[in-house]
Design a protein around this ligand. Structure first.
Ligand SMILES: *[C@@H]1O[C@H](CO)[C@@H](O)[C@H](O)[C@H]1NC(C)=O
Ligand SMILES: *[C@@H]1O[C@H](CO)[C@@H](O)[C@H](O)[C@H]1NC(C)=O
Ligand SMILES: *[C@@H]1O[C@H](CO)[C@@H](O)[C@H](O)[C@H]1NC(C)=O
Ligand SMILES: *[C@@H]1O[C@H](CO)[C@@H](O)[C@H](O)[C@H]1NC(C)=O
Ligand SMILES: *[C@@H]1O[C@H](CO)[C@@H](O)[C@H](O)[C@H]1NC(C)=O
Ligand SMILES: *[C@@H]1O[C@H](CO)[C@@H](O)[C@H](O)[C@H]1NC(C)=O
Ligand SMILES: *[C@@H]1O[C@H](CO)[C@@H](O)[C@H](O)[C@H]1NC(C)=O
Ligand SMILES: *[C@@H]1O[C@H](CO)[C@@H](O)[C@H](O)[C@H]1NC(C)=O
Ligand SMILES: *[C@@H]1O[C@H](CO)[C@@H](O)[C@H](O)[C@H]1NC(C)=O
Ligand SMILES: *[C@@H]1O[C@H](CO)[C@@H](O)[C@H](O)[C@H]1NC(C)=O
Ligand SMILES: *[C@@H]1O[C@H](CO)[C@@H](O)[C@H](O)[C@H]1NC(C)=O
Length: 594
């Protein structure tokens, strides 16, 4: 030790500093995606339907990133209609400009390309992306997102032997364009369930099935997402236990499960150890809230294949809970808790964080429902308001027009159901840095799920029937898991908290694609009056225009006092500023090394 010179010590320190700086900033990941229709994939043989591929792949390619990485995705729209991509669960800190839904972005027109640039800021976990316009998600275009921990952060379980992305979702047997055209009249429900785009094992109408090869005694991480349009599913692996470890960016208290319910839009990680006799085993996902009929195409079946095994999977498919058993599903939902002691990205990463002492700033009671009494067509609603998608992206309208002519702020009820059904562009103010409580009610027959972009939901309670303020005393405020998508059971309610520290225009939607497409959504506008661009990012340089805003707004008058929508410095300047700090630290590191 004594022989280690002072200079060497400084050098090591400097090196460490450079190392930490480069990791905290994240790497840049550049992707080029060509989004196109392919009719030759045929998940169901004999059906010549369009499938949306990315660079020829269905599902699309993995985005494999690490916390704080900057993702640049240059998306080429080779479809015959407009396209937008969203990054389900990626919070887009200070940057709703990249969220890729109709309220935040003008669509990428056919034949054009547009580059999304966003950061995996302070997040870890399992997510997925999908197209958000024109019911395209029903045709594919989705793919997995992993946000890995920075190597300096501990992960609360040993490194698995390997990781598998498992995107499971229901599938229509028709072209998504035909399904879309029939949605408000004679819509038929999806009749298939695909696993990574492949049909059920053993089904004669499919050519391929999904299979994962494991080595005896080793442990694997499965990142399971429900990328479907309609059905919640129950997931299980024959003869194997699953250890639940993560959901949508939160490490959970680790619980051992035989089966796991995954609702539309949700993601989970489970660890599975290959601890059975070397053979092949069924991996199954069966829909909930639909009779256990002989419609075997609606049960996704894949294979867990032990290395060198020549024994095909056999016996009956492993049984799950009764598909109508809501109680066991709620019991499981309540048992998914946040692990408060593990190191991870969270508001207070150093210690515990619970919401037992927060003061609520706002409370919304939102009823998801359906109405036919509007214009003769079926519309899905929130508090009897069906969202009317304007031609101008709301975020753009907010920036350039203060919303004028596009939406009226706070014009729709958030505490009761409107006694008259209406169509409207439903934008509600969320108090910046306030805690919002939302209680969701489900008036549908099926399980619904809700997603808020920009934030995590602290899932504090699930219940049946009417909700009254007294139910607040039953909330789990100690260790509610934080996630982006929460299920709401039929005739039931789900209560969540969200901390609105992320200014922007944020989509609050049903993840059920039909509900969403036919109007069950709204936007929450979280406004920070401070014009400092470090607070909310300025529009990107490649901003697209549409609807009422076809050109950049004129610059604001010189030196106005209240500046709700100032023209901020260009993004180039902003990034130059960050890298200057980076360089400063690197130079400092070298100076210390001298
Ligand atoms: C994802 O990135 C991590 C960290 O860089 C790397 O260890 C891993 O091998 C990558 N996985 C894939 C599938 O590319
Ligand atoms: C479109 O792609 C080209 C590269 O092929 C790129 O230079 C350009 O910036 C992209 N356009 C947008 C708006 O991202
Ligand atoms: C929570 O995480 C800690 C730290 O990684 C770990 O030791 C502990 O076992 C976890 N607790 C549960 C209940 O999973
Ligand atoms: C509902 O159907 C009618 C008639 O086909 C069509 O004109 C209308 O655009 C549809 N509405 C929606 C929201 O798809
Ligand atoms: C399922 O198939 C079995 C045997 O083929 C038959 O006995 C049973 O009635 C079928 N059930 C339904 C709901 O169709
Ligand atoms: C599988 O077979 C290969 C080739 O014979 C062998 O190297 C490997 O060890 C075997 N693996 C197991 C788990 O038996
Ligand atoms: C489910 O729980 C509710 C409320 O606790 C109870 O009324 C109902 O009977 C239960 N249903 C079943 C099938 O156990
Ligand atoms: C809890 O909230 C009360 C009132 O809002 C506040 O005075 C107190 O400091 C808070 N306690 C903690 C530990 O944050
Ligand atoms: C939760 O946080 C509050 C302060 O906000 C604290 O008083 C309480 O002890 C915490 N509970 C636990 C179980 O850590
Ligand atoms: C923007 O619109 C809001 C109402 O939506 C209004 O209260 C505010 O005064 C407007 N600001 C400007 C600068 O016009
Ligand atoms: C919703 O609107 C419809 C049609 O305007 C009306 O008949 C219905 O009563 C409303 N629902 C509620 C719960 O008020």
């Amino acid at each position: 030790m004594a022989s280690l010179s002072n200079g060497a010590c400084k050098f090591l320190l400097g090196f460490l500093l450079i190392f930490l700086v480069s990791f905290a900033k994240g790497e840049d990941i550049f992707l080029e995606w060509h989004v196109a229709i392919d009719t030759r994939i045929k998940p169901i043989v004999s059906v010549n339907q369009p499938v949306i591929t990315i660079n020829g792949m269905f599902p699309g390619p993995l985005i494999n990133s690490t916390t704080n990485d900057n993702i640049h995705v240059n998306v080429f729209n080779d479809l015959d209609e407009p396209l937008l991509m969203t990054w389900n669960g990626i919070q887009q800190r200070l940057n709703s400009w990249q969220d890729g839904v109709s309220g935040t972005n003008c669509p990428i027109q056919p034949g054009n390309n547009w580059t999304y640039v966003f950061q995996m800021k302070d997040q870890i976990g399992s997510f997925f992306y999908f197209p958000t316009t024109k019911f395209q998600k029903a045709a594919g275009g989705f793919g997995p997102i992993r946000v890995n921990n920075r190597i300096v952060i501990n992960v609360p379980f040993p490194k698995p032997q390997d990781e598998f992305d498992l995107l499971i979702g229901d599938w229509h047997q028709e072209s998504y364009k035909d399904v879309r055209a029939q949605l408000n009249s004679s819509h038929t429900l999806p009749t298939w369930m695909l696993m990574n785009g492949k049909g059920p094992f053993g089904n004669p109408l499919t050519t391929a099935h999904e299979s994962f090869t494991v080595s005896p005694g080793k442990t694997y991480r499965f990142r399971i997402s429900n990328v479907g349009t309609t059905w919640s599913f129950n997931f299980r692996i024959q003869n194997h236990k699953m250890l639940l470890v993560e959901t949508e960016g939160s490490y959970t208290n680790q619980i051992t499960l035989d089966t796991l319910d995954v609702h539309v839009g949700q993601s989970y990680s489970v660890l599975v150890t290959a601890d059975q006799n070397a053979a092949d085993y069924y991996i199954v996902a069966s829909p909930k809230m639909i009779a256990d009929t002989n419609q075997s195409s609606l049960i996704a079946v894949g294979v867990l294949h032990y290395e060198n095994s020549s024994t095909p999977p056999n016996g009956p498919l492993p049984k799950g809970p009764d598909p109508f058993d809501i109680n066991s599903s709620i019991t499981q939902a309540r048992s998914v808790r946040w692990n408060l002691t593990t190191g991870a990205a969270r508001p207070n990463p150093q210690g515990t964080f619970n919401v037992s002492n927060v003061t609520l700033s706002q409370s919304f009671l939102l009823h998801g429902g359906v109405t036919a009494n509007l214009d003769g067509f079926v519309h899905y609603t929130v508090n009897n308001v069906s969202y009317d998608t304007p031609n101008t992206a709301l975020k753009l309208a907010d920036y350039a027009l203060n919303g004028s002519g596009v939406y009226l702020l706070d014009d729709f009820p958030v505490h009761h159901i409107s006694s008259l059904a209406v169509k409207g562009t439903f934008v509600r103010s969320g108090n910046h840095k306030g805690w919002l409580e939302i209680v969701f009610f489900n008036h549908h027959q099926n399980i619904d799920s809700w997603h808020l972009a920009g934030f995590g939901f602290y899932t504090v309670g699930y219940g049946y029937g009417n909700w009254t303020p007294e139910f607040r005393s039953t909330y789990n405020l100690y260790d509610p898991v934080v996630r982006s998508t929460v299920q709401v059971y039929p005739k039931g309610w789900t209560a969540v908290y969200a901390y609105l520290d992320n200014p922007g225009m944020w989509n609050l939607r049903s993840q059920n694609l039909k509900h969403w497409y036919l109007g069950q959504e709204l936007y929450v506008r979280v406004h920070d009056p401070d014009p400092n661009p470090a607070k909310e990012h300025p529009p990107p340089e490649n901003l697209l225009y549409c609807g009422l805003v076809l050109a950049p707004p004129p610059p604001p008058p010189a030196n106005p006092q209240p500046m709700p929508n100032p023209a901020p410095p260009s993004p180039q300047k902003a990034s130059a500023a960050t890298s200057n700090i980076g360089w400063f630290l690197i130079v400092l590191g070298f100076l210390m090394a001298l």
